[in-house]
Design a protein around this ligand. Structure first.
Ligand code: C2E
Ligand code: CA
Ligand code: CA
Length: 275
């Protein structure tokens, strides 16, 4: 870049260089991490907000890097999507999560996040079929969480894939509802079981009338069309009280329990928090 004059003309800073190098290195290291099984899965309960009883757990992938420490999914999932590594990564999470939950419980459901890239992959249905078979989990106990981005490129194909998944007997949840390109037509046309209300609306619940009205609307809508509804990111008692008043049935968040290791007690903390 041209030196001299005002600094605002320097468009390529050392910090930008570092970030590009880091992304590049992480992509290579992620490939190794997947084959070395340096990734692990944590589980966050999804509970009946009246009783705190867990009905499901969401599987969340973790990468504890030997040199760099913990890398957040918000950083490495996009890299995995760029490189196609999301496919083996997703398969690992799916298999690990189903196997663990079958071992831990006869009734809990398990929710696994699927990125749009995985949904477009031609092997998806075969992969899910294999995992159901290998782990022996009842299909109805597996809930796949998808976002609306899967419908942006080709809504018809996205809907067809979801229907194929539904035909396997697995359940489908629409994640982060209210952000992105939410549209009422999705609720009408997609074979969904559950709506998850994005954390940002739950965040404002206790102090923003606008957010409270929005959550009320989504909960009412979900119930009208026969969907389960989960409020994400519940962190405070005030938010919980509002959600109970609104009539939301299910919730997830640090107030009940943070994501936990596979061998932790998933059930006690949420019940205590609900009291
Ligand atoms: P998400 O699917 O919306 O998952 C919920 C995120 O919110 C998780 O972050 C969880 O730890 C966090 N969370 C839970 N309760 C609270 C709360 O009360 N307050 C706040 N502030 N946060 C809370 P995490 O684990 O860092 O994951 C971030 C995102 O990365 C996920 O968002 C999901 O989009 C993606 N992700 C995580 N694991 C996987 C995976 O195995 N596959 C795919 N494709 N994506 C994944
Ligand atoms: Ca999710
Ligand atoms: Ca979410």
């Amino acid at each position: 870049a041209k030196e001299g004059g005002k600094r605002r003309f320097a468009v390529f800073t050392p910090a930008m260089r570092d970030s590009i190098v880091r992304r590049h290195d992480l992509k290579e290291e992620l490939a190794e991490a997947i084959s070395n099984r340096d990734l692990m899965v944590q589980y966050q309960p999804i509970v009946d907000i009246q009783t705190g009883e867990a009905i499901s757990v969401e599987a969340l992938v973790r990468w504890n890097h030997s040199d760099r420490g913990r890398i957040p999914p918000m950083e490495f999932i996009p890299l995995a999507e760029d490189t196609g590594l999301i496919v083996p990564l997703g398969r690992y999470v799916l298999e690990e999560a189903c196997a663990s939950v079958v071992q831990r419980s006869h009734t809990l459901q398990v929710q696994v996040n699927l990125s749009a890239i995985e949904l477009e992959h031609p092997d998806l249905i075969q992969t899910i079929t294999d995992v159901l078979e290998r782990t022996g989990i009842a299909p109805g106990r597996l809930v796949l969480e998808v976002t609306e981005t899967l419908l942006v490129k080709d809504a018809e194909r996205g809907a067809a894939t979801l229907q194929q998944l539904r035909d396997l007997g697995v359940q489908l949840a629409l994640d982060d509802f209210g952000t992105g390109y939410s549209s009422l037509s999705y609720l009408r046309n997609l074979p969904l079981d559950t709506l998850k209300i994005a954390r940002e609306f739950v965040e404002g619940l206790a102090f923003s009338d606008h957010d409270a009205a929005f959550v009320r609307l989504i909960v009412g809508l979900a119930k009208t069309v026969g969907l389960k509804v989960v409020a994400e990111g519940i962190e405070t008692r005030a938010q919980l009280d509002m959600l109970r008043e609104i009539g939301c049935d299910l919730g997830q968040g640090y107030y009940f329990a943070a994501p936990m290791d596979v061998d932790a007690d998933w059930e006690s903390a949420p019940v205590a928090a609900a009291l």
